[in-house]
Design a protein around this ligand. Sequence first.
Ligand code: NAG
Ligand code: NAG
Ligand code: NAG
Ligand code: NAG
Length: 568
Amino acid sequence: MYSKPYYLLSVLWLSLSLSYGSEVLIMITCPPHPHHVHENCFALAKSLRTQQQHMELASGGVPGDYVIKVHIMHELFNYWTLLYSLPNLRTQTRLLNADTEWIIWCQHNTHVSSLQGLLEQLQRQNAQELSYYGHALYDSEATIVHHFAYYKNPTWFPYPMLSAGLVFTGHLLRSLAELVALNAQNVSRHSEFSIDASHELARFIFDNFTPDQHLAGDILKRKIILKSATYICPAATKASLASQEMSPERTKRRIKDNMDMGCAMHAKPDIALTMPPPLSTASPVTVTTGNSKNCVHTTGSHIYFAIKTCAKFHKERIPIIERTWAIDAMNRRYYSDMADSGIPTISTGIPNVPTGHCSKTLAILQLSLKDINEQMNMSVRWLMLVDDDTLLSVPRLGALLSCYNHTENIYVGERYGYRLYAPDGFNYHTGGAGIVFSLPLVRLIVERCSCPTANAPDDMILGYCLQALGVWAIPANGLHQARPQDYARELLQQNLALSFHKFSNTQPEQTYKRWLGGSGGNESLHHAQLDHKNNNNNDHGQQATSEHFRDPLQLPIMMAANGKHLDL
Ligand SMILES: *[C@@H]1O[C@H](CO)[C@@H](O)[C@H](O)[C@H]1NC(C)=O
Ligand SMILES: *[C@@H]1O[C@H](CO)[C@@H](O)[C@H](O)[C@H]1NC(C)=O
Ligand SMILES: *[C@@H]1O[C@H](CO)[C@@H](O)[C@H](O)[C@H]1NC(C)=O
Ligand SMILES: *[C@@H]1O[C@H](CO)[C@@H](O)[C@H](O)[C@H]1NC(C)=O
């Protein structure tokens, strides 16, 4: 059980250069699961070190004589919001200090193709400003994942593509860290919910800071918005796909090529869906529970799909599922408030409510366990809970899950956060995108989680309960709580999509074909098929007890109240 954010930082190296250049801090934020994602962080750090050594050997030396520090920040809880990880950066670790002139913020899926090019760019920028630079994304319409920000005209507001990398002046990041650390009531914060960390960061900066010199006129000149940097790119260019280990000469040439291309860093697709991850290699940091090193062939036949519906949508929505992803989902069940043998649906015995489905969802998990034990082959390893207006790619989902250990407590989904700046905050997987549980975890939930009220928000209660039980919310890029038009195109192009949610103003079958069809997960699994049998004997289905839910965390006020929920 982790009651508060906890960070493990590895200081990888300090430049021992004897110059007195100012400092550049490179942060790599790194989720601990799965293993191969974790390894990407080390690969990035290693690549940076190699590049630095080559620069030191070259005649020009390190541009700007910058002193370079690289750190991997292992998340245990809320780093992913960036904003709420800042206080730790400043106080606990003192990484961010008065000498830090620039901060380069990377993720496990960021690639720095030219550290030299990057440093040269920093030299050209003004470190005294309150500024940040990145690849700017724009909304094409007001979207719920951005809290409908600027709904009258959402298209002007730039927010960064985090996976492409982000550059802050030390001046801005220190001010930001101080403000967040104060946790001041009077800070302007738009929502209790963390959904898209990058948009929320951009908006927080926009709302809470003004540039030092007050310029009259245009409001944009009196506010801080993301500066669009052409050297930070949404995808690899040809030249930046080169291998890391190169001679100084080749590196130099390559760097020049990259600079011609204009990209010094860029976003990479997450590896899980495009190639089998490397088998286990020892990693210098151990952070985890529940991390499988070996991947196990996984398809739709290993996943039980519990689809939440209700009588009023039987005719409207179920046929759409049947015509699309159901083809790959042989183990699927429709759970409804009403049994309908024509489909068929299974009744949960719980009346439908317009928002929050906590009791219904717990009933579904219980009924599903029973169903799996009685009706299914032993091949079912996972349970996925989805809405009747969720679209999926089952093959890609299988590819993703193949690298998680289904015998442990694994909880995968699209991660959101609630009140992450506060001690009672928690992460949860948002329901519409689809939530995946290993079967042992379903048993744990049925035994240990319960609903404060029948119509409490199911996905949040599950996240809250699982955080209390010490189970990580493992994020999967590619699962989407909203429709394709609700996301920036660059983000959709970066990773193969796994799901979308909501049919309104869309043509679901088109969405399925365009974004989820094809054989995305198919080509990815070449490794040995280990036909892992589940030790799925009849230990299912304890009654949910209400005791465990209350402690050890205080039930957040909002949930106790009326199940108010950001009902996406
Ligand atoms: C709120 O703002 C005022 C000044 O604007 C400041 O003095 C005060 O400390 C802030 N409150 C908190 C809780 O930080
Ligand atoms: C999965 O986890 C179990 C229990 O921790 C462990 O015994 C097993 O070796 C793991 N399997 C793989 C493939 O890593
Ligand atoms: C059980 O597995 C066999 C092959 O492994 C398959 O043909 C059959 O449809 C499965 N039955 C169920 C209920 O999933
Ligand atoms: C995978 O793709 C190949 C061709 O691309 C196809 O023949 C095969 O049926 C596909 N397999 C599955 C399980 O979709």
